[in-house]
Design a protein around this ligand. Sequence first.
Ligand code: GDD
Length: 334
Amino acid sequence: MSRRALITGITGQDGSYLAELLLSKGYKVHGLVRRVAMEDPGNRLKRIAQILDRIQLHAGSVESFPSIHKVLRETEPEECYHLAAQSFVSYSFDDEFSTLQTNINGTHHVLAALKDIVPGCRFYFAGSSEMFGKAVEIPQTEKTRFHPRSAYGISKVAGFDLTRNYREAYGLFACSGILFNHESPRRGYEFVTRKISSGIARILAGQDNKLALGNLQARRDWGHAAEYVEAMWRMLQQDSADDYVIATGETHSVREFVEAAFEYAGLDYQKYVIKDAQFYRPAEVDLLVGNAAKARTQLGWHPRTGFESLVQEMVESDCRERGVDVRQTIRAGT
Ligand code: GDD
């Protein structure tokens, strides 16, 4: 019989890649989806459109304990990947209350319901390098002290601690992945990498001539999302539950991403990029770079896609979506 997995946040970038990975391994995949998303499939289910006939969606929300309870009773998963969250750091400054409420309660609801209904189910929590925030050491490892700089980061530290405590207090097989930034053509448009790649596509398509950005000095460790979901799965296949940093070990500034992306498209970024104060954050995370040695030795996981390839894949994909052949524009020297 095939193994059963439940994914919260299945409609997002990571959820969609993870669902595809689990299907390829023969899992029966269930996804928790807000009712509003089910009513607007063209828009909100677009990342999973290609697998909709092979997965089972359940209407519910991590904010509602009864709805989690119900879905867990119906599906009795053997693995649960909890990815659902308010994941845009910038928004967490605009509405700290809803970010803390959704992210902390959401994780608590899932853990508490699992303990009641399927205590043998293996649990993955989507932790984040934002937990390191004002990082106290370089590179960051599983042992680096947390110093979150946003309500989002604080909510992830709380989720990490809840996960650890359910492991220690109730014996749940509960793991946290401390994932550094991971991108792809499925990234949401509000995140800086996708904002840049889609901005370039609009410029090349003649639909725009400026790209407004905030802090270009911040440095991030950017990997490919499709590879990072593989690490999530590997964590739940171990003999015991643990927490792992998942990162490339390379750090680049936002400016370097901008330069690489515009250069690939044959454009001089200085003609298009403007600074806009609204995209600066009240507290910034200046430098993130992870050391994924533990994941490499214990999970056999390592990143494959380099920085330049990631940038190019995203630019190419966005250009294709707008009917622009970026390789042709490079040849033509636009
Ligand atoms: N979004 C955005 N938009 N960010 C900008 C902009 C802009 O116009 N201009 C500069 N930045 C800078 C931000 O200030 C930040 O330093 C960096 O670009 C990356 O921002 P995001 O792409 O929004 O990602 P993030 O690093 O804040 O958070 C992402 O990674 C985390 C893992 O470390 C999100 O995916 C989180 O959910 C995730 O946990």
